[in-house]
Design a protein around this ligand. Structure first.
Ligand SMILES: Cc1cc2nc3c(=O)[nH]c(=O)nc-3n(C[C@H](O)[C@H](O)[C@H](O)COP(=O)(O)OP(=O)(O)OC[C@H]3O[C@@H](n4cnc5c(N)ncnc54)[C@H](O)[C@@H]3O)c2cc1C
Length: 440
């Protein structure tokens, strides 16, 4: 067993260098603890902008940041690329791809992955977008399909390559649909003069009655009208039944012929093995108390998308958004220090700062408490918030310059097929997708 306990201080192991994990490590800097962060990637990434990577508007390097570089100079911090497979909470150690690791305190911040709700066929053919390699796969797939469309001989042959369907009308589906529509309206018509704009159809579908379900009625209605004004076909209140790689079938009998289906209709927590069934609640999340401490286990915390603070006020836990992960990370770091100092813990209180989504150029919606904004002002706020939230000065500048360029010439981004996307016949795990991306 690797011994990372090198000093007199307790060892805090953090699994995951996403929004939550990062915050824990940051708030324990210069404190009397040793920190070991484990992540299967050596970088922190910024999921809210994956859709821009998928549509080729941003390069992936500008929304990813080296975890080692981020903690440069933090003396009590160590990092290893490792995947955690199992947690032994009785004996306080982890089984990982680099061996067993003992801990004094454990923070699980492993986030979530795509939920296909057990539909293997959809999992096999639809595209998820929960990691950077998956966003790149999406980019290559849709560019390859456009090239296929160009050489197709008949309208019928061409049709499935030119229908783009986002399943799930949450922020990811809405942002992707808007982005695809903009790309079609301003860029693809120039890149592919052989193709007619009307032939490239963008759909957004959901079984719920509104887009952006958790947002206000105003935001939802405005987002829908923005999307429709850009030519997105919004189909609501009907469930997807099956998808065989070409035919997307709905429960009401409708069929869309498409080779481009993005699945953003659900997520589930990335829970390592080792937890009993009664610790796991809806959405495959780990049940915790108000201190984000795993129910019944003194020295293990679960935060962000993988954790669920279950109380009378939050019977389903908090929403799976970055602010929850960030605030819980900070709260857990403070409580760890309280434990070490034999002080009482302070319960986690979520301060909801609001939510926003962008639909396209000058078009966004924002619910900021009682203030509801739509259109240009919301779009400016959305850009500002996202820009300041990206890690690294160089990344912020790169994104800002790319955005300015796109705003001026309507044609930002590169649409290069740098590696061929080959659809795997068996569903791949996120790790397999990452390994393939690294190898190619
Ligand atoms: C496309 C997309 C768009 C989004 N847009 C928004 C938005 O606009 N606003 C918003 O607030 N939220 C948004 N979210 C949600 C937000 O990204 C998450 O709520 C947030 O990332 C959760 O933070 P976290 O720390 O729990 O997990 P993450 O940030 O997902 O980090 C988890 C980390 O754990 C690592 N990991 C996972 N399993 C293991 C393992 N077994 N071993 C080792 N390492 C592991 C992963 O590599 C990753 O680095 C979006 C999410 C997606 C996918």
């Amino acid at each position: 067993m690797d011994n990372f306990k090198s000093s007199k201080f307790p060892l805090v192991v953090i699994i995951g260098g996403g929004f939550g994990g990062l915050e824990v490590a940051k708030h324990l800097a210069d404190k009397p603890v040793d920190i070991l962060m484990l992540d299967k990637h050596n970088y922190h990434s910024f999921p809210p902008l994956y859709y821009q990577v998928a549509t080729g508007s941003l390069e992936c390097e500008s929304i990813a940041f080296s975890l080692r570089k981020n903690f440069e100079g933090q003396k009590n911090f160590r990092f290893r690329v490792a995947e955690v497979n199992r947690v032994d909470t009785d004996n306080s150690f982890l089984e990982t791809t680099i061996g067993e690791i003992a801990y004094d305190y454990l923070v699980i911040a492993t986030g979530s992955t795509t939920n296909f709700f057990g539909n293997d066929q959809i999992e096999k053919y639809a595209m998820p977008m929960k990691t950077i390699p998956e966003a790149l796969n999406l980019r290559y797939m849709f560019l390859q399909n456009l090239e296929e469309a160009v050489i197709a001989r008949t309208v019928e042959e061409r049709e499935p390559f030119l229908n783009f369907v986002m399943v799930g009308a949450g922020p990811t589906g809405v942002e992707l649909a808007g982005s695809f529509a903009e790309l079609r309206n301003h860029v693809l018509v120039k890149d592919y003069p052989e193709l007619k704009k009307e032939e490239m159809r963008v759909y957004l579908v959901d079984f719920l009655p509104k887009v952006l379900g958790p947002m206000s009625e105003e935001a939802s209605n405005k987002a829908r009208s923005f999307l429709e004004s850009m030519g997105v076909e919004v189909i609501l209140q009907v469930k997807v039944e099956s998808y065989d790689g070409t035919n997307l079938k709905f429960e009401d009998g409708r069929v869309i012929r498409t080779k481009n289906v993005v699945w953003s209709a659900g997520v589930k927590g990335n829970v390592p093995e080792g937890f009993s069934k009664d610790t796991i609640v809806g959405g495959n999340r780990i049940k915790t108390d108000v201190n984000c401490r795993v129910a019944g286990i003194e020295n293990v915390f679960a935060i962000g998308d993988v954790g669920a603070v279950i109380t009378d006020d939050t019977p389903k836990g908090h929403p799976g958004v970055a602010q929850v992960a960030i605030q819980q990370g900070k709260s857990v770091a403070k409580n760890l220090l309280r434990i070490i100092n034999n002080e009482n813990l302070e319960p986690f209180k979520y301060n909801d700062l609001g939510s926003m989504a962008t639909i396209g150029r000058n078009k966004a919606v924002a619910d900021l408490g009682k203030i509801k904004l739509q259109g240009f002002i919301a779009w400016l706020i959305w850009m500002f918030i996202h820009l300041i939230s990206i890690l690294g000065f160089k990344n912020k500048v790169a994104v800002f310059i790319t955005w300015i360029g796109s705003y001026i010439n309507y044609n930002g981004g590169t649409r290069l097929i740098l590696r061929r996307f080959i659809r795997n016949e068996t569903p791949q795990t996120a790790e397999e997708v990452t390994k393939e991306a690294i190898q190619s």
